[in-house]
Design a protein around this ligand. Sequence first.
Ligand SMILES: [Zn+2]
Length: 59
Amino acid sequence: MPYIYRCKKCGAIYYSATSIEYQLNKYCEKCGGELEQLGEEGEVMEKEEEKKSEKKKKE
Ligand SMILES: [Zn+2]
């Protein structure tokens, strides 16, 4: 399963076989923005939901 990264700046999605710890290029090829790891394919929706509920708790 590939890891999925998303650019924090422009929202571009990248797939990689390696975890972000071993990823050489941690920046977006398009805009140079920082990439964040979304998790493995299939986990993405869950993680997005987690983020939303975390935000709600804080606010
Ligand atoms: Zn970008």
